[in-house]
Design a protein around this ligand. Sequence first.
Ligand code: COI
Length: 334
Amino acid sequence: MSATLTSPEPKTSSRLDLKIIRTPRTRAMPSASELGFGRIFADHMFAMDYEEGRGWFDARIIPHGPLSIDPGASALHYGQAMFEGCKAFRSKDGRVQLFRGRRHAARMASGAPRLGMVAPDPDTIHQAMMALVDFERDWVPAEPGTALYLRPTLIGTEGFLGVRPSKKYLFFIILSPVGAYYPDGLKPVRIWVEKELIRAAKGGLGAVKAGGNYAASLYAATEAQKRGFAQVLWLDAMEHRYCEEVGVMNLFVQFKDEIVTAPLGGTILDGVTRDSVITLLREWGYTVNERRYAFDEMVAARSKGTLGEVFGTGTAAVVSPVGEFGHSEGVLQT
Ligand code: COI
């Protein structure tokens, strides 16, 4: 890390009208082996406020640190909170590249209205991501398997206890240099097939990166972890048969000559890595179908010998092989 010193006077950049307040204390980037996922934060964050009638204002890069919000904020009481996750990589020639930032920005902007929230427009979100990564480029690690993870977040901040959409929002981005999401790196993960609890139903919030979707997953995930499984595979909410997504990953299954992933029907997240993997696989000549498939289809394929690769995709998890599914009636080795 280069030593960055305090600059008490705010600076302004033209496009976003960005104010910059530097931290008086910069920290050193830990070595790649110490990174893990999401435990270490870069020195600075981005923040911007919204008020009804005034729009978005006060775009700023400030020291990473605690937020001060009204305890009546709608994010705290009624779950008006959503986020994105994307990564910046350092390429072999040293350049820093944000992976599909515009697509992440568009997903946040289009998801916010479903939570009754107001997001900045996609271009502003993208500019904010680029400006912050550019400012903190020393925090982009270079070792293979590492990246700088961006966590753009939108929360309702108005202090008001009536149930209606907030009239004030805070959009912020924090940065975390990361290695592998799973502690065992790219070793095949063990996944628990959840046949009782559900993550999302048609018409609900499943396609939105709402904090509440993750809260809904935590109980089952904790129970699965107690049984030695890293993640939960969610099935459809109606019949509890069809594979949907794995909390932090979209799932891909190879049946003989076909690679299958669940369709985007409003209950699963439109994963950016999912989209990239579908595109690449098709370019490489594989048949990829976005269609419903039951967990039983995997079990049947396994016994016929036609079950091929099974893997999850996600920004944090990248492409992670699945080694085994556990469920109430037994275990399926892939
Ligand atoms: C991501 O891959 O960015 C995710 O959303 C997973 C995260 C919740 C760890």
